[in-house]
Design a protein around this ligand. Structure first.
Ligand SMILES: *[C@@H]1O[C@H](CO)[C@@H](O)[C@H](O)[C@H]1NC(C)=O
Ligand SMILES: *[C@@H]1O[C@H](CO)[C@@H](O)[C@H](O)[C@H]1NC(C)=O
Length: 466
């Protein structure tokens, strides 16, 4: 065999060995990252070779022990690079001090943690720095114990609570993932308002609850999770109630927000927000199925919405029929529900009340501020409690909800506090069973700025035959 041939064979053998090593899933020294230590010190305090009772006085690639999410070495070969030796290699195996300074570690609740250790303080990550000090991020958190206390101590007319499903989220992510309605554009804002003909002797009751007037036709609040899709949730909620009321309870569909999120994609952004006028256009022209048929699956806001799983075709006279099965094998009824064009109400408190009383729940946009996430009960008004904490703690974003009634409460000083009752889409554990009350007649958080009503499309064929 010539020298060249031998060299080639050698190369071939090395290649085979390397392949075996790769395919067997064993991590070799070469696959390890470039050094286990940051600035020479990562975790100099731990006992690794000692705990595993290994010291190999030659080269041995199997002479390893687990180290965080990788491996460290206790053989003499590691000494060539220093960086992949276990921190206690020198002391335990060679009996000499390690060639880097010992990290001081950080103390917490009577325990010492190595450099690089972390823990979470609500929405902030704290890391043990090289100087032996914890270094914490400084985000504003969605749930803030100080604000909860300040609201409950103050005389604001409502109480705050700590919600465990919001705990650990930043305020920024709360605004980004828990709302999701784009402000209506100026053209939509200038949409002609429908005026209710108000008679001066129209008597509006002091208290009104849609669920009491239309039992079994007002649907319970849903939970949008971390999907910024309140545009779809509030639209489906109002349309569900209105179709039930206008069909006189003959049909009581709970309509599918997911159908809107996945299929109404023209100028809409699914779980990253959407427009109310676009949602109503879809409900009129295409229609949606029930939530049971097309259940909600986008709890965790995904960058790309799941593809549309429902389609419909015209059957004449504007009515439509589904051309796909329910994306859920348990449900067969894929009836399509539609609405008539939505109409905008004036911002007059009395006109909104009359519309609610006569035709059922309405949709409203709501400017949500930091303190609203912590609402538990009472009559909400935005409070100034976050003002002392700096601008990063005072954030707001546009949301939409379903107004279902109104009432008034006598305050201890004899004044009357008027309120709206509305359904949110943060589940029934939030607020007053998923609902909240908010000051009425003062456009609190713009709740009276843009209010929408609609008629269900209910024809004679949908009504019971006598
Ligand atoms: C390797 O270990 C020897 C002692 O056994 C020491 O003298 C030498 O400096 C070490 N090399 C490195 C790179 O740490
Ligand atoms: C809020 O709730 C979370 C989880 O349920 C809990 O860990 C936390 O200590 C609570 N915070 C306050 C300020 O009550």
């Amino acid at each position: 065999m010539s020298g060249d041939m031998r060299a080639l064979l050698c190369l071939w053998l090395v290649a085979q060995v390397a392949q075996v090593a790769l395919s067997s899933g064993v991590r070799t020294r070469r696959e390890l990252g470039p050094g286990l230590y940051q600035h020479g010190v990562y975790d100099a305090g731990g006992s690794y070779c000692q705990r595993g009772d290994v010291c190999c006085h030659g080269r041995d690639d199997g002479c390893t022990v687990p180290y965080h999410d990788t491996l460290c070495y206790c053989d003499l070969f590691c000494n060539r690079t220093v960086s992949d030796c276990c921190p206690d290699f020198w002391e335990y195996c060679l009996g000499i001090p390690a060639p880097f300074p010992k990290a001081s570690g950080c103390a917490r609740a009577g325990l010492n943690y190595p450099t690089g250790a972390t823990y979470r303080e609500n929405c902030n990550l704290c890391t043990c720095g090289p100087g032996g000090q914890w270094q914490c991020e400084d985000h504003a958190c969605l749930m803030d114990g100080e604000l909860i206390d300040a609201i409950n101590r103050g005389n604001y007319g409502w109480r705050a609570a700590n919600y465990s499903h919001f705990w650990g989220m930043t305020l920024e992510n709360g605004i980004r993932h828990r709302l999701g309605t784009f402000r209506p554009s100026p053209t939509v804002m200038n949409m002609n308002e429908i005026h209710m003909s108000m008679d001066s002797n129209d008597v509006l009751p002091r208290h009104f609850d849609a669920a009491a007037k239309w039992p079994g036709m007002i649907h319970e609040p849903l939970d949008q999770g971390n999907c910024a899709g309140s545009w779809a949730f509030s639209t489906a909620a109002v349309a569900s109630d209105r179709i039930s009321i206008h069909s006189m309870g003959h049909m009581t569909p709970a309509l599918s927000p997911q159908n809107l999120l996945s299929c109404d994609t023209r100028n809409q952004r699914g779980c990253s927000g959407g427009r109310l006028d676009g949602a109503w256009w879809y409900l009129r022209r295409r229609g949606v199925v029930t939530d049971e048929c097309y259940p909600f699956t986008s709890q965790q806001s995904q960058p790309a919405a799941p593809p549309c799983m429902m389609h419909s075709r015209s059957t004449g006279r504007g009515k439509r029929q589904a051309t796909a099965r329910c994306p859920n094998p348990q449900t067969h009824s894929n009836e399509i529900y539609q609405s008539t064009p939505a109409y905008r109400l004036s911002s007059s408190e009395k006109e909104i009340m009359k519309e609610l009383l006569e035709n059922g729940p309405v949709q409203a946009i709501l400017e949500v501020h930091e303190d609203f996430f912590m609402y538990k009960s009472g009559i909400y008004r935005h409070t100034p409690v976050a003002e002392g904490k700096g601008p990063k703690h005072q954030r707001h974003g546009t949301h939409s909800v379903k107004i279902t009634g109104w009432g008034e409460e006598q305050l201890p000083d004899g004044q009357t506090q008027k309120y709206w009752t509305a359904a949110n889409s943060w589940g029934t554990a939030w607020g007053e069973g998923g609902h909240f009350r908010i000051a009425r007649g003062v456009n609190e958080c713009e709740v009276e700025t843009f209010v929408v009503g609609v008629w269900g499309r209910v024809s004679m064929e949908d009504m019971p035959h006598k």
